[in-house]
Design a protein around this ligand. Structure first.
Ligand SMILES: *[C@@H]1O[C@H](CO)[C@@H](O)[C@H](O)[C@H]1NC(C)=O
Ligand SMILES: *[C@@H]1O[C@H](CO)[C@@H](O)[C@H](O)[C@H]1NC(C)=O
Ligand SMILES: *[C@@H]1O[C@H](CO)[C@@H](O)[C@H](O)[C@H]1NC(C)=O
Ligand SMILES: *[C@@H]1O[C@H](CO)[C@@H](O)[C@H](O)[C@H]1NC(C)=O
Length: 328
């Protein structure tokens, strides 16, 4: 359109009259209208689903992925989804061999939803956008990685346990939208960060209630903080059904139960359109240090099926379901 206008202007050069100028104005107005109409059509008729260019869940059928991924499991607990099956409750009750019963569990859940929101979070599928998530683990392989800007360039940045950003921005980024914790690993978060707790026992639910109310729970498996800073309207708890699903469906029962890091990655597969994974696995010399501290000798992956989890992550990467950044 603009090109046509220019050509027209050139043709008319030399013999400009008042009438011609009117015509030119008309043409310019038409050009602008066409441009606006084009923009309108482009932006109101967006592809209805994920616009990432590549969506892990919707992409062509992948048998390996479909055997594991089941969209009917929602990661975060609501009052409704807290009514788990007996089988799930028994699995959950036994992972840490603490056998608080169903009544204690129900009491804790009831109290919990009096203080935290009872919402089906993130299950909207974010239909008109592409939710890019970065899951940031604590591996020493982040050291000197310079992944910071790439990590920060995400909609959700999920950090696990204590993993700090201050002083490590160049390698791990500076933003945190979600802090994933369990009581023994809890840290303070700012007033806009979502706090997501993995409960491994009824006491963990009681701890979460206590840190925002009575401050009486001071010990779980190890001493725990009796108070933490967080915005209560942004606190949520992962559902035991989801944890069991990850153990059975994704890890085929390897390990006692899945690691927090692995469960966070599967959670991201459920709530994001694109998942990037940083800071998982050993560094290139086979060390399992954290990027911010030396870990004790023989520190590995606790009771988790670490090797199986790692192999699953590599398979997800191979199948374009996650982008797995290891630097080597
Ligand atoms: C997904 O999980 C639900 C709930 O456990 C189950 O009913 C359904 O059959 C599963 N779907 C597939 C494809 O495995
Ligand atoms: C809980 O389940 C009931 C009945 O199935 C439903 O009406 C209600 O909307 C659900 N609540 C939430 C928060 O999902
Ligand atoms: C807590 O988060 C909500 C929701 O994002 C926000 O509206 C509110 O201002 C936050 N509270 C504080 C104290 O920052
Ligand atoms: C949230 O925290 C920021 C920075 O710590 C502070 O400036 C802001 O006032 C807080 N917002 C609310 C609503 O408390």
């Amino acid at each position: 359109m603009l090109l046509l206008t220019v050509v027209y202007l050139q043709e008319k050069q030399g013999k400009m009259s008042w009438a011609n100028i009117k015509q030119i104005k008309f043409i310019i107005l038409m050009s602008i209208s066409c441009g606006l109409l084009y923009l309108h059509i482009t932006f109101t008729h967006k592809v209805p689903h994920c616009t990432c260019g590549h969506c892990h869940v919707e992409k062509h059928h992948d048998a390996w992925f479909s055997e594991r991924f089941n969209a009917s499991y929602h990661p975060l607990m609501t009052r409704n989804s807290s009514h788990v099956s007996t089988e799930t409750f028994l699995w959950w009750q036994h992972i840490q061999l603490r056998t608080a019963g169903w009544n204690e569990y129900r009491n804790a859940v009831d109290k919990l939803f009096q203080i935290i929101p009872d919402k089906e979070l993130y299950m909207d599928g974010c239909p008109d956008c592409c939710r890019v998530c970065s899951v940031v683990g604590n591996s020493g392989n982040l050291k000197n990685s310079r992944y910071g800007p790439l990590i920060d360039f995400s909609d959700f940045i999920l950090r696990i346990n204590r993993g700090p950003t201050k002083g490590y921005e160049r390698d791990v980024g500076s933003k945190t939208t979600h802090r994933i914790i369990y009581p023994e690993s809890a840290v303070d978060v700012d007033n806009s960060t979502h706090l997501v707790m993995f409960p491994f026992k009824v006491l963990d639910l009681e701890w979460l209630i206590s840190v925002f109310t009575t401050h009486t729970v001071k010990r779980a498996n190890t001493p725990v903080k009796s108070t933490i800073k967080a915005n209560l309207s942004l606190v949520s708890v992962v559902s035991p059904s989801f944890m069991k699903y990850v153990h059975y469906q994704w890890l085929q029962n390897h390990g006692l139960y899945p690691s927090t890091g692995f469960m966070t990655i599967v959670m991201a597969l459920h709530i994001c359109d694109k998942v990037r994974v940083f800071g998982f696995g050993a560094d290139k010399n086979g060390n399992w240090d954290h990027y911010f501290e030396k870990t004790p000798p023989f520190y590995r992956t606790g009771g988790h099926g670490g090797t199986f989890e790692y192999a699953t992550l590599k398979e997800l990467h191979k199948r374009n379901k996650i982008e797995f950044y290891t630097r080597w």
